[in-house]
Write a protein that binds this ligand. Structure first.
Ligand code: GLA
Length: 655
């Protein structure tokens, strides 16, 4: 199997999306000059080029791309070649309206934007395969080609008739009989029993609440259909270039596709990451996405896109202050990235993204953005030989599962305030603020590498996942579970007792009487901390080895936290510092150490291979104690016992 290592060869891949079709050809040599001056070694080409490559049905124009590929190769720049299938040309929708997706109201999503394709359309799939075939055949032998990039941020839904037909087939494969489907979907409720497969619809607009099991399956189906589209194109390019790796770029922590499943089909896992520079927790979000992507990749991964400056799709779009793009890029490398790429190379002058930054902004070569890109290129060049291919080691795993997310993120729940992604962020942030490096894992993955496993929230668990958690604790390792875990089975059927009986026994819960979700302005006082978002009326079975009770209010004296040996259950979400302290304590008791002791709050420390990355997310200089003598790979200086980091400063220390 081809790997990212086949492409990197001791260099951090550095560059971005390059859309030269937006520019006169005279600009291209200038682009290559600026790329070389900045140390750019990789660009992604062709993501949105379908109408240039196939201006009329079956009529190809590859001349411009031939010249571009040659030019890039002559400049020593490798090409990540994209299949252009995320934005079909207008002629496709015009000639074949069946290629266009429908929203839940049956409205067509027209061309004129992008991603206007139906994953279920046989016509779309045929045309996508044909352009992929033509592209792969033409460039298979081109020396600039290093990696395939299929489509772009797969993320579309389709509720149309062809999708309905495919949904029915998908359900037939899953359930076999209508009886089984009716049982799984609980269609006895509200007179929804199906007597004919033809009656089944995608999750279209309904008058009142939709059947949650139907919605859950529709989300599974959507992820699977998009994956089929990916696999079809992947197989075409693989046939032409079996030696080259294939990727597609994930959106960060996007709920639409089961990225665990998808990652198994990729040679290289890549992600796009756009933290908001104004968000005080932006770097924590970045760390989460990076840890998750590394875990999906099970090794080095690609940061396929980040903004070199502002994006243009938030309400208010702030640039990155001086130094921040470098810091966040180094953070990605610290957390396992072997590629640091951007969207996009040259800022557009026209189109929907003309206010989105580029590595070469409207200000051009003199602009701060390009100047900072140059500096970043130089830094990455220094790190490459030391860092590429090395592993990040984590003793802690955070469990995450899309199917549980889909089951839990529906209407008519005990609290609309419980947002799965927020809860996941809260727990990952707590680990980060305790300076503990964590992987992510699927609940059925092998957990033996981890001394501590945390489950922020897994509302729906398979039996195999429950067994996995029990086995983890039986091995003597630690498990910390948040509320609303183990509540439902994979069909979104509530488990008897409101929580899986084996989990209740694991934590020492006799009866889970009621959930008491909290309002935005409400907290639950507990002995030694305050809970937020949620609380529970639990009766313990007397087997817990430690109990932290609620104090005051309706739940006074009842357990807020139960611990039974290595297994902890948190029936509320402690405030950030309290969750941090609790997880730090569990980790310390399990023998898990932070990357470095005594770190200032704003400094993130991550060990990758033999290197220690120190990343300063604050603006005031700080001094960090680093016992011993090291060499800072960024400055080349020798560092003994302490290092000072300036505003958004970083050090990469080698022994
Ligand atoms: C996504 C897309 C890019 C571009 C950027 C803008 O990541 O993949 O094509 O639209 O967003 O931030």
């Amino acid at each position: 199997m081809p790997h990212l290592a086949d492409v990197t060869r001791d260099r951090v891949l550095f560059g971005g999306d390059y859309n030269p079709e937006q520019w006169p050809e005279e600009t291209w040599p200038e682009d290559v000059r600026l790329m070389r001056a900045a140390g750019v070694n990789t660009v992604t080409v062709g993501v949105f080029s379908w109408s240039k490559l196939e201006p009329r049905p079956g009529v190809h124009d590859f001349g411009w791309l031939d010249r571009l590929m040659d030019l890039l190769h002559d400049g020593g720049i490798g090409v990540v070649l994209a299949t252009p299938t995320s934005s079909p040309p207008p002629w496709l929708g015009h000639l074949h309206p069946d290629t266009l997706p429908r929203d839940e109201d049956g409205r067509t999503e027209w061309w004129g934007g992008r991603q206007h394709f139906s994953h279920s359309s046989a016509t779309y799939r045929r045309h996508a395969a044909a352009i992929t075939e033509a592209l792969a055949a033409r460039y298979a032998g081109h020396p600039a080609l290093t990696l395939w990039h299929i489509n772009n941020e797969y993320c579309t839904y389709d509720h149309g008739d062809e999708a309905a037909a495919r949904f029915r087939r998908w359900l037939q494969d899953r359930y076999g009989t209508l009886d089984a489907l009716n049982t799984a979907w609980g269609t006895a409720f509200w007179s929804q029993g199906y007597g004919d497969w033809a009656e089944i619809l995608p999750a279209r607009r309904t008058h009142y609440l939709k059947n949650p099991a139907q919605v859950l399956d529709f989300r599974r189906f959507t992820s699977d259909m998009l994956l089929e589209c990916f696999v079809a194109e992947r197989d075409i390019v693989r046939r032409h270039t079996p030696h080259l790796p294939v990727t597609t770029n994930f959106m960060p922590l996007w709920s639409g596709v089961d990225a665990w499943r998808w990652a198994e089909e990729e040679d290289v896992v890549s992600v796009d990451l756009y933290p908001d520079p104004r968000d005080p927790l932006a770097a924590r979000h970045g760390a989460l996405v990076q840890d998750m992507t590394r875990s999906q990749a099970r090794g080095p991964w690609m940061l396929m896109e980040q903004a070199p400056g502002p994006v243009n799709w938030r309400g208010v779009n702030h640039p990155k202050p001086r130094g921040l793009n470098r810091l966040w890029s180094l953070q990605a490398v610290a957390r396992g990235a072997d590629a640091v790429c951007h969207f996009q190379w040259r800022q557009s002058r026209q189109g929907a993204e003309k206010f989105h930054s580029g590595m070469v902004g409207h200000a051009g070569e003199e602009g701060r953005t390009y100047q900072e890109i140059k500096r970043l290129g130089a830094d990455l060049a220094k790190l490459g030989p030391h860092v590429v291919g090395t592993r990040v080691r984590a003793d802690v795993a955070v469990l995450h599962d899309w199917h549980s997310w889909w089951a839990g993120a529906q209407d008519a729940r005990p609290s609309a305030r419980v947002d799965y992604a927020d809860v996941l962020h809260a727990w990952h942030r707590a680990l980060g603020e305790a300076h503990l490096t964590a992987d992510f894992a699927h609940p059925e993955h092998d957990l033996t590498p981890y001394k501590v496993v945390v489950v922020p929230q897994l509302y729906a668990l398979t039996d195999a996942a429950v067994d996995n958690l029990l086995a983890h604790v039986r091995r003597g390792s630690s498990l910390v579970c948040g509320f609303l875990t183990g509540v439902a089975d994979p069909d979104d059927r509530i488990r008897p007792g409101g929580m899986d009986a084996r989990l209740r026994a694991l934590f020492g819960i006799r009866t889970l009487h009621e959930w008491w979700p909290l309002q935005a302005d409400e907290t639950a006082a507990c002995d030694g901390f305050r809970g937020t978002l949620w609380s529970e009326e639990i009766e313990a079975d007397g087997t817990a080895t430690e109990t932290i009770p609620y104090k005051g209010g309706e739940l006074d004296g009842l357990p807020a936290v139960l611990r039974k040996g290595g297994a902890w259950y948190l029936s509320t979400l402690p405030e950030p510092d309290d969750l941090r302290d609790l997880l730090a304590r569990v980790a310390a008791e399990a023998g898990v150490r932070p990357a470095l002791d005594g770190l200032p709050a704003d400094v993130e420390a991550v060990r990758r291979g033999d290197l220690l990355f120190l990343l300063h997310h604050g603006r005031e200089p700080v001094t960090v104690d680093v016992p011993g003598t090291h060499r800072d790979l960024l400055t080349g200086d020798s560092v003994t016992d302490r290092v000072t980091l300036g505003r958004y400063g970083a050090a990469v220390l080698a022994r």
